[in-house]
Design a protein around this ligand. Structure first.
Ligand SMILES: C[S@@+](CC[C@H](N)C(=O)[O-])C[C@H]1O[C@@H](n2cnc3c(N)ncnc32)[C@H](O)[C@@H]1O
Length: 576
């Protein structure tokens, strides 16, 4: 974290430090060396040229002739002082670049929400607090089901309520507890109303990427023509052009973040947060505070000049699934290192297993023909067990690329992989929506583990549920479990953590560590040291999370567990 002084003014960074970071040692202030214009080294407060200019340590972007002028300028500069700047290129449009080294956990951004509303695909929810509703109360003015009178008179509900009232016909919602397409219009109508009610917010929203051209000929555009454009024109009788409505729909698709609330999920759009580019191994972590500000922190140490990246899609999913989601909803092909690597950085979250190699898989990592004490014959064959019999796509960036066993080089047809993976995914979804018990999850893993790598995303998600069930399901509480079951829980937790270590930001890892139950204090004594350290890390990392978010709640639980564990450690006396 950059040093700050009383009043929160960041430290002043001497020119020599900046020059060193830029790869230039000692010397006169050189605008060229600093990749800047001569004027930008002038004091921001008095515009004078200084022989020893000092840079704001918060952003490394603004120069002052003296500390006094930096302090004087701070109340104004504070609002724009961020450790990143906006850049642009032809491929991605705008993106954010770190202007100085940033430490893990450092706060990068607190961005107020521009607009929010129910998700496009949602069941009937209250249009003020977003809790699911059952129709027992309706807004007296427009007919939308709400929680109560307080909710129906909330500010957030005004735009759609007014639009329905002006149309002269109240809404009648009759589908509850399942997807209801009437809610697709809410967010667009709220944005359209901002044109008159909040021109500043409107301008910021209209400045966001809409991918309008690419979206025009898609299936999504054809559906929203009926569910949004036609409803706005024919049912609400609002006279906005089709082009404008489609631009707004594109802005929502491209930029809206999903915000999880205790009883539902909603969408929010943010001005600066929207500029974070995507990566399947992001270096930032995002969450939302009680006022629904977007809060972004560094998930790793980030070097000056690196891009700030967020993950737009499910982290634990296959390359094909991530690519399809990004292409159909955000209109680009991800070229991050994970997507371009057939092994996905050695995590194998899309990989299959070669049936013939599996039968002959050696038990040890090294095969040798030399007897004990003999000199090497040079014929020893190293066997890499991590890739033995693993089948991956030859070119992961192409959906039709053939697949190949990394050991015997046998090919596998891409269509076959797609079909089999769809069958498995459907079964996993059924399991998720029905009875996710230890027995059912284990049966699922038993069925598919001979075909898919143990880290395959679908298996991994079932394991994530399973590791929680072991320890909580009736008959499988930590007191009930046999030593074999405890070991099984531990081994699955370790598999998840190994993958999380590579592809998920530290915060996700902290959640999985805590939920996985490597931690509980009933675990065997030999694991206690490790459990203590894991728990300490979880409590520390999750303390950044606002209590309103599920991760924040986990942080509170983690602290409680830590207290219990310290008590237990004292009782057991294993740590002094
Ligand atoms: C939320 S916006 C990000 C800001 C946007 N670049 C802008 O200028 O407003 C998402 C869009 O940015 C582009 N984008 C983001 N990450 C990208 C990436 N890794 N590769 C290519 N394009 C990307 C895509 O056009 C995507 O639909």
């Amino acid at each position: 974290m950059p040093g700050t002084t009383a009043g929160g003014v960041p430290e002043a960074v001497p020119l020599s430090v900046i020059q060193e970071a830029e790869g230039f040692s000692n010397g006169e202030a050189s605008a060229e060396a600093l990749k800047t214009t001569p004027e930008s080294l002038n004091c921001k407060e008095c515009r004078s040229v200084s022989k020893s200019p000092r840079c704001c340590g918060g952003c490394w972007q603004v120069w002052y002739c003296s500390r006094a002028h930096q302090v004087a300028a701070w109340p104004k500069h504070q609002r724009e002082c961020k450790p990143f700047k906006i850049s642009q290129n032809a491929e991605m449009g705008r993106f954010l670049v770190a202007t100085r080294d940033i430490s893990l956990g450092e706060l990068l951004l607190e961005d107020p929400v521009l607009t929010m509303g129910p998700k496009t695909i949602t069941e009937a929810v209250c249009l003020a607090c977003y809790r699911p509703v059952d129709g027992s109360f309706s807004c007296p003015d427009c007919g939308f089901p709400m929680c109560d009178r307080d909710c129906s008179s909330a500010e957030a509900h005004v735009p759609e309520c007014k639009a329905v009232q002006d149309s002269g016909i109240k809404v009648k919602v009759s589908v509850f507890g399942e997807i209801n397409c009437m809610y697709e219009c809410i967010m667009p109508v709220r944005i359209l109303a901002l044109r008159d009610s909040s021109p500043n917010v409107w301008r910021k929203l209209m400045g966001l990427e809409s991918n309008a051209e690419q979206r025009e000929s898609t299936e999504v555009a054809a559906i929203t023509q009926r569910t949004v454009v036609d409803i706005i024109h024919n049912r609400l009788c609002l006279e906005y052009s089709e082009e404008l409505i489609n631009q707004i729909l594109g802005i929502i698709d491209t930029n809206a973040f999903e915000i999880r609330l205790p009883d539902s999920s909603i969408m929010g759009v943010y001005a600066t947060g929207s500029l974070l580019e995507h990566s399947c191994i992001p270096n930032t972590h995002r969450t939302f505070d009680a006022d629904l500000n977007l809060v972004v922190r560094a998930a790793f140490d980030i070097k000056r000049g690196q891009h700030l990246m967020s993950c737009y899609t499910e982290s634990i999913s296959t390359t094909a699934t991530r690519q399809e989601h990004l292409l159909t909803s955000k209109f680009f092909t991800c070229k991050c290192v994970r997507c371009l690597d057939p092994t996905e950085l050695g995590t194998f979250t899309s990989a299959m297993i070669c049936p013939s190699c599996t039968k002959n898989k050696p038990k040890v990592a090294k095969k040798t023909d030399k007897k004990k004490g003999e000199k090497s014959t040079g014929k020893e064959e190293e066997v890499d067990l991590t890739t033995y019999g693993v089948v991956v796509p030859k070119d992961p960036s192409s959906p039709s690329s053939p697949w190949e066993c990394l050991t015997c080089k046998s090919p596998l047809d891409a269509d076959y992989v797609t079909r089999m993976t769809s069958v498995m995914t459907e079964e996993a979804e059924e399991l998720e929506n029905s009875n996710q018990s230890v027995k059912n999850c284990e049966a699922f893993l038993d069925k598919w583990s001979s075909m898919y790598h143990q880290n395959h995303a679908v298996l991994l998600n079932i394991k994530y549920a399973l590791v929680h069930l072991y320890g909580s399901e009736k008959g499988y509480t930590l007191h009930d479990m046999s030593p074999v079951e405890l070991l099984r829980k531990e081994s699955i937790a370790r598999q998840i953590l190994k993958v999380a270590d590579i592809i998920c930001p530290v915060f996700y890892k902290a959640c999985s560590m805590f939920q996985s139950g490597i931690i509980p204090n009933e675990m065997a004594k030999k694991l206690a040291q490790e459990a203590y350290e894991c728990l300490l890390e979880c409590a520390k990392v999750l303390s950044f999370e606002p209590p309103v978010q599920p991760e924040g709640q986990l942080g509170i639980e983690a602290k409680e567990e830590l207290r219990n564990m310290i008590k237990w450690i004292k009782e057991e006396g294993w740590r002094g």
